[in-house]
Unconditional design. Structure first.
Length: 130
């Protein structure tokens, strides 16, 4: 996540489309092949109005591949939560997740960053964006 668009996270020849409401942000990490400056809701709405062929559908092979990879990651993450031994980020967050699931209502979980935040994204069940 913290490669800022640079290899090895992305291929060296990848092209980025950057959408930002602040033109000073363009090129801070990598050069955008297509910089789009303005309100995201407005620009994305304009793009959607002009798309004649959907980028992908839920039934596309691309989406099926993503689903397979996501499900494999879920299994992998759960196995890390079940390891015996001293508490890890995975096992401690699983304890929190298991107990939250027993309670009714919405919760906001705040992590201090780095490992606990990154692992929390994969362990904690999210019902809402962000």
């Amino acid at each position: 996540m913290l490669h800022f668009g640079l290899p090895p996270r992305f291929k060296s020849d990848v092209k980025f489309i950057q959408l930002d409401n602040d033109p000073l942000e363009f090129g801070n990490n990598v050069k955008a092949a297509i910089p789009l400056c303005g309100d995201a809701k407005t620009i994305l709405g304009q793009l959607n109005e002009n798309i004649t062929t959907p980028f992908c559908s839920k039934d596309s092979q691309w989406m099926k591949n993503i689903s397979v990879r996501c499900n494999a990651k879920i299994v992998e993450q759960k196995s890390l939560c079940e390891e015996e031994g001293p508490l890890t980020f995975y096992s401690s967050q699983k304890i929190v997740e298991d107990n939250i699931q027993k309670l009714a209502g919405d919760f906001m979980i705040v992590c201090e960053g780095s490992n606990s935040m990154d692992i929390g994204r994969t362990i904690f069940t999210n019902a809402h964006p962000r």
